[in-house]
Write a protein of this length. Structure first.
Length: 290
């Protein structure tokens, strides 16, 4: 039988096991404004919504901002393991665009949690998190079943105990072995998160990132993936295979895999045939016109 571990606010136990975190420069954290939820995240939202309904509680809006924060935190835990060394899974590493903390030891640990949405998104109200970790890829049903059988996490869902404040929004994040739920006290200016399986909102294609010198780059693209987890894994695989310049480029709700970049189109086109021998569908992405 698999042993599942649930982590929640004020938990101080840490579990130590080895992991190989990706460097922050290998990771794209996505975009809160166009964030969408996976099928499993949508399923967890539906389970929680039904649980509240049968207990005569109002529904909660699936917040785009809080879902983004939830997914990013689960990615940070999976890749960078800030829950090592006496820290628990409410901790954040120093490998991203946020304030790091060791939740179990930090004197300002409550602010470290509740202020994360305002650090990463336009959501300015405090929000609270519960976290679940499994010995295999986390699933919606497993997390929900465990949370609803533990009194302290069950209180979040039902607004009982010390959590009688009325929630307005909720965020769901599942990545790797981790799942979490964020509960917010106000509406989200970014609106409601949509399932990634639904058609994407009309958004401009991502402009190609300039180099450090400001010169536009011409990227050789080898593919496109629809989840951050798959895309980050592919970038890590390419880098381990010797393609040190591999990176992700955001394009709508998908993630292009760029294997190399060049300062001019002739240079990119010159290298393209050799890359196409291993990646037949590779093509050159030109910078957007100013």
């Amino acid at each position: 039988m698999l042993l599942y571990r649930a982590f929640f606010i004020l938990t101080t136990t840490a579990f130590l096991f080895t992991a190989l975190p990706l460097k922050s420069q290998d990771t794209i954290w996505g975009n809160a404004g166009i964030h969408c939820v996976s099928d499993d995240e949508q399923r967890l939202y539906e389970l929680i919504s039904e649980y509240r309904r049968v207990n005569n509680l109002p529904g909660l809006t699936l917040s785009k901002s809080l879902c983004y924060v939830a997914r990013v935190h689960m990615m940070d835990l999976s890749m960078n393991r800030p829950d090592f060394g006496g820290c628990n899974p409410h901790s954040w590493s120093s490998r991203g665009p946020w304030k790091p903390c060791c939740y179990a030891r930090d004197e300002k640990r409550i602010a470290c949690m509740t202020n994360k949405p305002r650090e990463l998104t336009p959501y300015k109200s405090p929000a609270w998190e519960i976290v679940y970790e499994a010995g295999e890829p986390a699933g919606a049903e497993d997390a929900f079943d465990l949370w609803t059988n533990i009194s302290i996490t069950k209180e979040y869902f039902l607004n009982t105990g010390k959590w009688t404040r009325p929630w307005k929004t909720i965020g769901i994040g599942i990545y790797g072995d981790y799942a979490c739920v964020w509960f917010g006290e106000s509406d989200d200016p970014e609106g409601t998160a949509r399932p990634c399986s639904e058609p994407a909102e009309a958004v401009p294609a991502a402009a190609d990132a300039p180099s450090a010198s400001g010169i536009p780059q011409f990227f050789i693209i080898t593919g496109s993936l629809n989840t951050l987890e798959k895309a980050n894994s592919e970038v890590a695989r390419l880098r381990s295979a010797g393609y040190s310049d591999a990176r992700l480029l955001l394009s709508g709700s998908n993630f292009r895999i760029a294997i190399a970049s060049y300062p001019s189109e002739p240079e990119a086109q010159k290298q393209l045939p050799a890359i196409q021998q291993k990646f037949p569908g590779a093509w050159v992405l030109k910078p957007e016109s100013p």
